[in-house]
Design a binder for this molecule. Structure first.
Ligand SMILES: [Zn+2]
Length: 234
């Protein structure tokens, strides 16, 4: 091995070869570091607050007018729902104690979101619930670490009074999955979680396999690889 290669394998060596080269490598190192920090920040941006946080147990406050701030909250919630393929989200789940929910019209049968409608409901109030109920398994974006599911009994048909995102009062009739999602999300506004309503015998933890684990490993592998490449420079 020539002395040049040995010298090039540590920052001091690079500086000895010439300060320009040393600075170039240091800049590369900081650029990679910045990229990692930015990736982490982006991931956090789409993060949903997880069970255990106080806000998920607090009552959210009514919204008197949907202005710029509320529209920004709605936009962020829609982005999260698209990103996570979720069926509904409530503002406290992203750290906002406001009575805003979004429910998605159809269950996700495929990865495609075509034909699905996002219902934005502000200050939603249930004005009718059917006596007919059904029992179905539910999950929640705030129960993902680890993922928890459980069977909840809910009315199959509801009527809800609310404001839409344009400040107009609406009355929405919903049934089946949409009704279930709206009831689940309104519970969030009152600090109620689906595990409070689920039959305790049906609550279980989903063992992560396949895709999610692979994704985690991909990030881990990437950082490990970077450390390996950068190690000789320390
Ligand atoms: Zn939920």
């Amino acid at each position: 091995m020539s002395s040049g290669i040995v010298l090039a394998s540590c920052p001091l060596g690079l500086f000895l070869q010439g300060p320009k080269q040393g600075i170039k490598y240091l800049l590369t190192f900081f650029f990679i570091l910045l990229t990692i920090v930015l990736i982490k920040m982006m991931k956090k941006k789409y993060g949903v607050i997880q069970v255990g946080a106080d806000i998920l147990r607090q009552k959210s406050l009514s919204v008197s007018f949907i202005g710029r701030k509320e529209r920004a909250i709605i936009k962020k919630m829609q982005q999260i729902l698209r990103k996570t393929n979720g069926l509904g989200l409530a503002a406290p789940q992203i750290g906002e104690r406001k009575r805003i929910i979004i429910s998605v019209s159809e269950p996700k049968e495929s990865q495609s979101r075509k034909g699905q409608k996002f219902y934005v409901l502000v200050n939603p109030k249930i004005i009718f619930t059917s006596r007919e109920t059904d029992k179905l398994e539910e999950g929640c974006l705030s129960f993902q670490e680890p993922e928890i599911r459980g069977v909840v009994e809910r009315s199959t048909k509801i009527k809800v009074k609310a404001l839409n995102e344009k400040n107009n009062p609406i009355i929405l009739k919903a049934e089946n999955m949409l009704a279930r999602s709206i009831l689940h999300e309104i519970d969030h506004l009152d600090g109620i979680l689906f595990t409070d309503r689920a039959d305790p015998r049906t609550i279980y933890e989903v063992v992560k396999r396949g895709k999610q684990r692979r994704e985690k490993w991909m990030v881990g592998d990437f950082i490990f690889f970077l450390l390996l490449v950068l190690a000789p420079w320390f």
